[in-house]
Design a protein around this ligand. Structure first.
Ligand SMILES: *Cc1c(COP(=O)(O)O)cnc(C)c1O
Length: 436
């Protein structure tokens, strides 16, 4: 019999009771897409017709989006392509609770309009007492645009040539700043800039001096830059883009700048991302003097760069709640990671998977601390499993190393070890199926 004639009709499969229920939850478009994909497999002879509905069900995304959850086993703590910081359980709960109507901009006691995001800004101010005032934006790039527009439009931003940074995906901080109508006054050289270089450039046309933390590369050798403490003596406001969002010094990352130290050293404004080492949602943090923060907050552009209620909820819970997944990953004990890797590799080897535990080096990632190496441990698998792991549910992304696939446990919360093992076993089965 011609296989094509055995392909069930789309409407017949869509009538499957479980797919109907799924359609009520996810919407008909995604269900129809999954059915179409399953029927294509039947058409190709890769799937028995009576399995079309069940296969379509298994292909449905977990939510009404095409976004899929990923287990980050790359060993890169803040992975931009995987959504940067994973939110804490406290932050996730806060997001869900705020998703309906919420008092984000309403005072329930007086019945009047309230100050938007007051809880999140208060939490940030409490976390960094050195800041006289704080403000929140959509992300750190927005914080820089707001600072440049409010403080240096048609004026000059004095910046070292060693800090003209590209932040990723082709976005360059100098171009971002110039797009506001501020002019850049570059000083010093790529490797060395001195206080006198800044001093010579500062004048009546200066908006501010900008210091940018090179968060995705490190320079070594014949290099020198000027610390904020010295820049602050020059008389112009100092804006310090610290990038990664540490609020205080972190013992594991001694070279990474933090907001409290920067302010104490005399920075007038500090800007940072909330979704890097702070471990929160995408947002921009602005901390500084009452005067400078006030000028940013009152600028009309502030309205265009404001934070949405979901991010406000997640940020407040990140600041007030227990240690974030990123914080836990930073401080996880490497001996404990190796013990987990050995247990996982042992369990997988018992099931016939070619898995061994190995020590590795994890990284903070594009989110900061480019020179920091974090001792870690991984399960090493054959590279042939990489695709099946990436396309499984949940998707598992590891990293390729010396002809093998490493699943680095520093970025995997311990409670996900069982899911990780199950995903590897499913990927192995999938591979076998593919080889037949
Ligand atoms: C990441 C980063 C930015 C951009 O921050 P976003 O929150 O992604 O907009 C800007 N400056 C530095 C130094 C960074 O590390």
């Amino acid at each position: 019999m011609d296989d094509r004639r055995r392909v069930p009709r789309t409407d017949a499969v869509l009538g499957d009771p479980e797919l109907v229920v799924a359609g009520e939850r996810l919407g008909r478009t995604l269900v129809r897409e999954a059915v179409t994909a399953a029927l294509e497999l039947v058409r190709q002879g890769a799937l028995a017709p009576e399995l079309a509905a069940a296969t379509a069900l298994s292909m449905l995304p977990p939510t009404a989006t095409r976004l899929l959850p990923v287990l980050n086993a790359t060993g890169v703590l803040v992975h931009t392509n995987l959504g940067r910081a994973p939110l804490s359980a406290a932050a996730r709960e806060a997001v869900v609770a705020a998703a309906g109507c919420t008092d984000v901009e309403f005072d329930l006691t007086t019945g009047r309009r309230g100050r938007r995001g007051a809880g999140a800004t208060a939490a940030l101010a409490e976390a960094v007492p050195a800041a006289e005032a704080v403000h929140l934006t959509n992300n750190n790039a927005a914080a820089l645009v707001l600072a440049a527009t409010a403080l240096a439009r048609d004026r000059e931003i004095v910046i070292s040539r060693g800090e003209l940074v590209e932040i990723g995906d082709g976005f360059r901080i100098p171009e971002l700043l110039e797009s506001t109508g501020a002019r850049l006054r570059e000083v010093g050289t790529t490797n060395r800039t001195h206080l006198a270089d800044y001093a010579a450039a500062i004048g009546p046309g200066t908006g501010f001096v900008l210091k940018v933390h090179p968060s995705n590369f490190a320079t070594t050798g014949f290099v020198s830059s000027v610390p904020v403490r010295e820049l602050a003596t020059l008389g112009a406001p100092v804006v310090y883009d610290i990038g990664s969002g540490l609020l205080e010094p972190h013992p594991v990352l001694p070279n990474e700048p933090d907001a409290a130290s920067a302010l104490r050293a005399g920075a007038g404004l500090v800007t940072a991302s909330a979704d890097k080492l702070l471990g929160g949602p995408q947002a921009g943090l602005v901390l500084g003097t009452r005067d400078l923060v006030g000028r940013l907050r009152r600028h009309p552009l502030a309205r265009a760069l404001r934070v949405d209620k979901l991010a406000l909820a997640a940020l407040e819970a990140t600041l007030r709640g227990p240690a974030t997944p990123v914080a836990q990953a930073l401080t996880a004990d490497s001996g404990r990671l190796l013990a987990r890797a050995e247990a996982l590799a042992g369990a997988l080897a018992d099931k016939g998977v070619d898995a061994v535990a190995t020590v590795t080096e994890a990284r903070v990632g594009g989110g900061g601390a480019p020179d920091a190496v974090l001792p870690s441990a991984a399960v090493r698998l054959p590279l042939t499993l990489a695709t099946a792991l990436r396309t499984g549910r949940p998707a598992v992304v590891g990293r390729q190393h010396a002809g093998g696939l490493l699943l680095d446990l520093r970025t995997v919360p311990p409670e996900d070890d069982d899911s990780l093992a199950a995903a590897v076993l499913a990927a192995r089965t999938e591979r076998r199926g593919g080889d037949d």
